[in-house]
Design a protein around this ligand. Sequence first.
Ligand code: NAD
Length: 341
Amino acid sequence: MGPKCQKGEFAMETKRVLVNGAGGFIAGHMVKRLKAEGHWVRAVDLKPHEFAKPPADEFILGDLRDQQLVGDIVEGIDEVYQFAADMGGAGYIFTGEHDAQVMHNSATINLNTLHYGVKAGVKKFFYSSSACMYPEYNQLDPSNPKCSEDSAYPAAPDSEYGWEKLFSERLYLAHMRNCDVQVRIARFHNIFGPEGTWCGGREKAPAALCRKVAEAEDGGEIEIWGDGEQTRSFLYIDECTDGVRRLMDSECAEPLNIGSEEMVTINQLAWMIMDIAGKRLEIRHIPGPLGVRGRNSDNRLIAERLGWKPSRPLREGLTKTYAWISEQVRAARTAEVATIA
Ligand code: NAD
């Protein structure tokens, strides 16, 4: 372990940290956060980051399903932040077309990370679970969904993605009980922000809607899957990474929601983005994969355990995200025009 240092609200020791999935959205931001705090960071992903260069001390391109690779990269590591998963938005995880792949790939990553991490003497693991593990029967009423941490059982997630998250939560907790390691688990509720996937089929609702609004001409229309009355809450990335660091440094070993409590319908989300963009657009509702009817974060437990909960308004994060995505749309158009010319 490195020397003690003091940074912001975190009295901490600098550590050697492994961040899995650092070519992706949340982990890419997490690397920045950990480096800003002074830690030494080894990052790993199948692919480089598409939109940023996470400032890791080492960035290893490799497959976390590969036991040999995982055995090597956990050497000398104090703490692991495990974000790698085969995942995407509703268009990827709720169609049923990728179920076998999602379960196999993500479970293998978690099995390898824990098995070889424990063997190498890693002391603490962070695991990124999802609100998708909550039972569907509590999320049928869009205006009154139930997602308190103690409502996870009897289990009935509405997707195989959710079932894998639940299995892996249990896998981490079992290793904590039997293998003398510490585990911290967050159940994320729709994290969004700049430097995340915004096109290609794996993007999630806020990014997809920002893209559609940015691409549309004023007075035109955008498409939304379903009637748009399904509810969700969305958490901006900076509060997510803040919550993860607070959870990691806490004594709280039970899974906690990390999400916003500002619940909106998908129509309301779209209107908010149009307002930010200064465009008036019609919404055309079309059939598509939807997920549960209603979902909202329940932040009573995190407030009690950590003395903190996310509090920033949705509009603030959406404004920053729309600015970034509209710039990506503009750059993509310019590149397209240059190719044709
Ligand atoms: P992301 O898809 O941007 O990042 C995941 C990264 O994992 C990708 O870069 C991918 O290449 C990498 N990966 C996948 N398989 C791999 C493998 N075999 N070896 C190495 N790397 C591999 O996703 P994200 O939005 O940043 O999500 C991070 C984590 O948080 C995931 O576990 C996800 O399930 C969880 N989560 C995210 C949200 C959200 O709203 N973004 C919500 C709930 C849970």
